[in-house]
Each structure stands twice: as C-alpha cells, then as structure tokens.
Design a protein around this ligand. Structure first.
Ligand code: NAD
Ligand code: TDX
Length: 332
C-alpha cells in the first residue's frame, strides 16, 4: 500500500481524484488543502476515515509541508488558483500558490526523494485558431495567454528544471477542460446548470464560438493515476478525450437537457484575451500507457452532471450568491 499526498484534494478535480483512488486502489490518501473559496470539505464526505487524512494548510508554507512530503511515497499536486476570470481581476494569489507553492513542494520532494506528479493544463500552450486542424501535443511550444495559464506554465517549467538539475522523480500532465461533480459554480458548466436551477438565464461570453475540449473528471483521475504508476519519469503526458465543443453548443445542450428553450440565455461581456480554442492529441498517453476515456458520450456525461447538481443543492448553494455577485460586478 502506498501513501499519497494529494494537494488541493478538497477542490474539484482533486476531490474526484481522491474518490477515484479510494475506490480503485488500496492506497492511503493524505489531503493537504488550504480550503480557499474553491475548497470544500463536503466533497470528501462519506470516504472511509481509515483511508483518508485531511490536513488544512498552504502548499507554499514550506515548514509545515516538509514533514507531509517526507512521509509520503508520492505527491500528486493539484492545488492551484484555477479560475481564469479571477486571475484577470487579481493575479497575486495565482503567483503565490501556483509558482511559490509548487516551488516549495518541489524543494521538499528533492530533499526527501519523493515521487512527484504535477497536474497542469493545456492552457500552457495558448490557443488554436477555430479552423486549424492541429491539436496540442507534448512538443507544442508554450505560449500562455492569461495570468492563470502563465503561472501554470511557470510551475511546469520549475518541475522540468527540478527533474533535470536535481533528479527529482517527477511527471507532468496537461489536461483539457474537465466537467463532472464537485466543480465550483464559478466555472462555465456548473454556472449555467445552477443558473437554470435558480431561474437565472445562462451567461455566454461574447458570441460563444470559443471551443473547449471536454473530459469527464473521472477520466482525468484515471489518467493521472496511470501516469503516477506507469509514466516515464521526467516525461509530460497530454490528457484529453476528443471532446471539442463550442460554448454556444454547450449552453444550448444544457438548456435542452433541462427542458428550456434553446435561446433562453444572455450574451455578456467577453473575457479579456479569451483563448479561442483548445484541442488535445492524447496519442502518447493512449499508445504508451494504454489509457482510454470511459465517458465518450458528452451528452450523457452532461446529463449525469446536471442530475448531480439537481440532487446536491446543499453542496453548491452556499457559494452561488457570492459567485454571481462577483460576476455582476464585472458585467458578466
Ligand atoms: P479548484 O479551484 O476547484 O481547486 C483547487 C483546490 O486547491 C481547492 O481545494 C483549494 O482550496 C486548494 N488550494 C488553493 N490554493 C492552495 C494553497 N495555497 N495550498 C493548498 N491548497 C490550496 O481547481 P480544479 O479545477 O480542481 O483544478 C485542480 C488542478 O487541475 C489545478 O492545478 C488546475 O490547474 C488543474 N487543471 C484543471 C482543469 C479544469 O478543467 N478544472 C483542467 C486541467 C488542469
Ligand atoms: O459564465 C461563463 N460563460 C462563458 O461563456 C463562464 C464562467 C465561462 N464562459 C466561457 C469561457 C470559456 O471559453 O466558457 C469557457 C470555459 O470557461 P471556464 O469554465 O472558466 O474554463 P476555462 O477558462 O476554459 O479554464 C478551465 O479549463 C482549463 C479551468 O478553469 C482551468 O483551471 C483549466 O486549466
């Protein structure tokens, strides 16, 4: 049995990963999470106490994280400030957590020779034109657009440097847009679902032509676990499930699945510097490690996600009002 330290395990993808690990392995999980506005202990409720330890703390606090990294067989690093819109309004916490926090963890992994996996995003590669047949691969040059994606690019580069300079046993994964349960209501899909549940019209940035490559969070979790167990040290793996959709189509599908008219949404102010399109070629992960997504049908995955939000209003309701108040402040 291995001992995993999962940073950001009370967030969206981190909590899905903890559920996945507990359900599919016999590893023990220690979650280290600062419980920012995006962290929620309720996302870990129901998991067996014997398999899970929760520590509230900051990844950038190197004194308190050192022992946790020393005690772990592997660190899976999800903790981050993750929302592009927030990074445009106040970049500072993004630099602190995504760069200084990753640096502190890498130093601890170096000291204790702990296996390290860094969870990152396809946004480090910038964006693609709508009509471009190309997709991102592991050799696409870095070209991030937002404060968020530039801090994720910076932390990827720190990991690469710590591998090469200090021999840290690390891997990196860059994944596309996730959807599924436990995602904060600030993000596109849960925002629109919970808007409809509250009788508020969904909000589409600009014309809604921007394309995102959707993957279910549980498929992301399975890929991260596989890279942790079988990935080549020092390597980067792209994770994606061939799920390209433009935002307008996603809003229309949510409205359709929730029994609303197709045009019952508002166009609002576009995001500054809004990336046009992300698309992942995950051949390396599929060919070398044998990973395959299980959620291949976006419509049924989305319908299950809508059901989850419908049945878990107690989970999302406490964040909804403040989130919409913040969007209203920025005209979105
Ligand atoms: P999230 O915002 O839902 O969760 C982030 C978690 O990290 C929260 O629980 C928060 O409390 C915690 N956290 C924040 N700062 C911390 C700190 N200083 N110390 C300890 N914990 C801290 O984010 P998410 O969407 O689950 O993303 C998780 C990771 O996956 C991020 O690294 C993100 O860049 C990456 N990623 C996300 C997506 C996506 O679609 N959401 C896609 C690809 C990669
Ligand atoms: O209300 C909205 N209306 C809208 O049209 C919101 C919140 C978003 N959008 C658009 C912006 C994007 O084109 O929807 C798309 C998705 O937006 P987000 O959910 O904010 O995700 P994105 O900016 O694409 O980034 C996400 O995927 C990559 C995650 O938040 C990142 O953490 C991850 O790295």
């Amino acid at each position: 049995m291995a001992r995993l330290l999962v940073t950001g395990g009370a967030g969206f993808i981190g909590s899905n990963f903890v559920h996945h690990v507990i359900n599919h392995t016999d590893h023990h999980v220690t979650v280290l999470d600062k419980l920012t506005y995006a962290g929620n202990r309720a996302s870990l409720v129901g998991l067996p106490q014997s398999r899970l330890t929760f520590i509230e703390g900051d990844v950038a606090d190197s004194l308190s994280t050192d022992d946790l990294v020393a005690d772990a067989d592997a660190v899976v690093h999800f903790a981050a400030e993750s929302h592009n819109d927030n990074s445009l309004n106040d970049p500072s916490p993004f630099l602190q957590t995504n760069i200084v926090g990753s640096f502190a963890l890498l130093e601890a992994a170096r000291r204790h020779r702990t296996r390290f996996h860094h969870v990152s995003t396809d946004e480090v590669y910038g964006d693609l034109a709508l009509e471009d047949p190309m997709r991102f691969t592991e050799s696409t040059p870095y070209n991030p657009s937002s404060p968020y994606s530039s801090t994720k690019a910076a932390s990827d580069l720190l990991v690469r440097a710590w591998v090469r300079s200090f021999g840290v046993a690390a891997t990196i994964s860059n994944c596309s847009n996730n959807y599924g349960p436990y995602q904060h209501v600030e993000k596109f899909i849960p925002r629109q679902i919970t808007n409809v549940l509250r009788g508020i019209r969904p909000k589409l940035y600009g014309e809604g032509r921007n394309v995102r490559d959707w993957i279910h969070a549980d498929d992301h979790s399975a890929a991260v676990l596989m890279i942790l167990e079988k990935g080549r040290l020092g390597d980067t793996y792209l994770i994606g499930a061939d799920g390209e959709k433009d935002n307008k189509s996603v809003v229309e599908l949510i409205l359709h699945l929730m029994g609303q008219p197709a045009d019952a949404y508002d166009h609002v102010k576009d995001r500054v510097g809004h990336d046009l399109r992300y698309a992942i070629d995950s051949s390396k992960l599929r060919d070398e490690l044998g990973w395959q997504p299980i959620y291949r049908d976006f419509e049924s995955g989305l319908a299950a996600t809508i059901d989850w939000y419908r049945n878990h209003e107690d989970w999302w309701s406490p964040s909804k009002h403040a989130t919409e108040a913040l969007y209203a402040q920025y005209g979105q």
